[in-house]
Design a protein around this ligand. Structure first.
Ligand code: ADP
Length: 493
């Protein structure tokens, strides 16, 4: 389903994150902008109020001097309740409120008891000072507040007002009220709001679409891979995924798939080879058996003849049994069904026991067996399996040697590893055949006549690997073969 596709989920998640981020960002921008605009207006009103108060003060000083002469200059009379001061304040407003610095600003001057002394022109109908405002001003507190001023015939005017009491010897002389319209500020903020809320969904839609496209482009190689994987069936295991030219996760995924396919192909082919080899191996003794029995049954035979046929049949059955036994063992090794029975034993004495059993075979071909080893060599592993390894390698050494010569067995020991080296002076193996000798049922052509089934070295390798060891082989045709086994000192774990 589309909703469950990675493409849809990534795009959805990405769009949600983007929307939230943009919303947060817009909110922060809007609030900061609004705060700074209001701060500016408040700052302006404050400085205007201070300017008005300073200017009235300057008028008063000048007028007071004119009326009282030089003698009063030192101790000018109080402005509180002074009729002259009220006149002066009124005059100042009438003369100065046209000052360009005061355009767009409303100025009103009140007495301490709230009575209006003077107001600049075009002052809308601003309500008289409320009791709370008067009280606060009486205590000398300055304050800002908002007000909807009603004007006849037009919309109410939103105002920001600043009330500043002017004190003389801790008593309120008069109160300056300065106000400015909030309309431009509100218009600017509304425009910003509209812009942000238009840009936000547009950005989300556009980047969402771009994201969808990007995800589709990114996942295209995966789609291709799925297509290619559909093509691969058991009879086309040789097919491989095309590798993208990039050096990224998708390429690594394709490479990993290809490795897996290569391993599967190898296993599959070896399985096929194995079945072919097995039927081939079993066919020979069974054909001989069948032929012998059919010929014998054609007429009545003497007891001696029957005995001979039964004997040869038994031999063939033993061969089949041998193959099946070894195969079973190998299969169990490969499926790790045989647990190692671990113990610490002396590898030297185990090797000596094996040598004493095999010596009879060696002597038949006048082959000398020589052992070089430390007096005691503790080894951690499965002694019965190690015996199988030694028997197989030594048996091969004897089987594939002409009469005479020596098989050298060297056991070595250091801090990290235990080494076993078995070298013979036999037939040797050619270079191109050497890599195959550990394969199941593999036998070098010339040795087909020998008694083995080509399973011995496969079993040896499985046992050595179960012990976390390594087996290597070197050989020179006509000169001999060396098998080198290395086991970690720490044992199979
Ligand atoms: P087999 O039971 O036939 O001996 P192995 O798996 O033990 O099977 O060995 C596989 C093949 O490797 C043998 O058929 C033989 O040709 C070759 N081979 C093994 N050991 C030696 C050796 N010591 N010298 C020469 N050839 C050897």
């Amino acid at each position: 389903m589309v909703v469950q596709s990675i493409r849809f989920r990534i795009t959805l998640l990405y769009t949600i994150i983007l929307t939230l981020t943009l919303l947060g960002f817009s909110l922060v921008v809007y609030q900061n902008f609004s705060r700074s605009l209001r701060g500016n207006l408040d700052g302006l009103l404050k400085s205007k109020a201070q300017g008005v108060a300073d200017s009235i003060e300057a008028y008063w000083e000048a007028e007071a001097l004119d009326e009282s002469g030089n003698a009063v200059k030192a101790a000018s009379p109080s402005k509180v309740g002074n009729i002259n001061f009220l006149k002066i304040a009124r005059r100042w407003i009438e003369e100065e409120s046209d000052d360009p610095a005061l355009i767009g600003v409303i100025v009103q001057v009140f007495r301490a008891d709230g009575g209006l002394i003077a107001a600049s022109k075009d002052v809308p109908q601003v309500a008289a000072l409320s009791r709370a405002e008067l009280q606060a001003a009486g205590l000398g507190r300055r304050r800002f507040y908002n007000l909807e001023a009603s004007r006849t015939g037009t919309e109410p005017l939103p105002l920001r007002l600043f009330l500043m009491p002017v004190l003389e010897r801790d008593r309120v002389t008069y109160i300056v009220q300065v106000g400015g319209s909030l309309s431009p500020l509100r218009t600017t903020l509304n425009q910003l709001k509209a812009l942000l809320f238009l840009v936000l969904p547009l950005t989300v839609i556009l980047t969402g679409l771009a994201g969808l496209l990007l995800v589709r482009m990114t996942l295209k190689p995966v789609d291709k891979m799925v297509g290619a994987l559909h093509e691969i069936e058991s009879d086309r295991l040789g097919l491989r995924l095309p590798l993208p030219r990039t050096d990224d996760e998708i390429r690594r995924l394709a490479e990993t798939f290809n490795d897996l396919l290569a391993r599967l192909e190898k296993d599959f082919l070896s399985q096929q080879q194995f079945s072919q080899d097995l039927s081939h191996e079993l066919r020979t003794p069974l054909t001989i058996l069948k032929g012998d029995l059919e010929v014998t049954l054609k007429k009545l035979r003497s007891p001696q003849e029957y005995e001979a046929v039964l004997k040869s049949s038994l031999e063939e059955i033993n061969t089949i049994n041998g193959i099946l036994d070894q195969l079973l063992m190998l299969a169990r090794w490969e499926n790790r069904e045989i647990p190692l029975r671990l113990s610490v034993f002396d590898l030297r004495s185990l090797t000596e026991q094996v040598l004493s059993h095999i010596r009879v075979l060696a002597e038949r071909k006048q082959i000398r067996l020589s052992l070089q080893a430390p007096a005691v060599l503790p080894f951690s592993g499965d002694d019965a399996q190690l015996r199988t390894v030694l028997v197989n390698l030594l048996d091969n050494g004897i089987k594939y040697s002409a009469s005479g010569g020596t098989i050298d067995i060297r056991l070595m020991d250091d801090d990290e590893a235990v080494g076993v080296v078995i070298s013979d002076q036999g037939l040797g193996i050619t270079e191109e055949k050497l890599p195959h000798i550990f394969d199941r049922f593999y036998r070098v052509e010339d040795s087909r006549t020998s008694s083995g089934f080509g399973l011995g070295l496969s079993i040896v390798k499985s046992i050595v690997e179960a012990h976390r060891g390594m087996i290597e082989v070197e050989s020179r045709p006509g000169q001999g073969t060396v098998f080198r086994l290395t086991f970690p000192r720490s044992g199979p774990r």
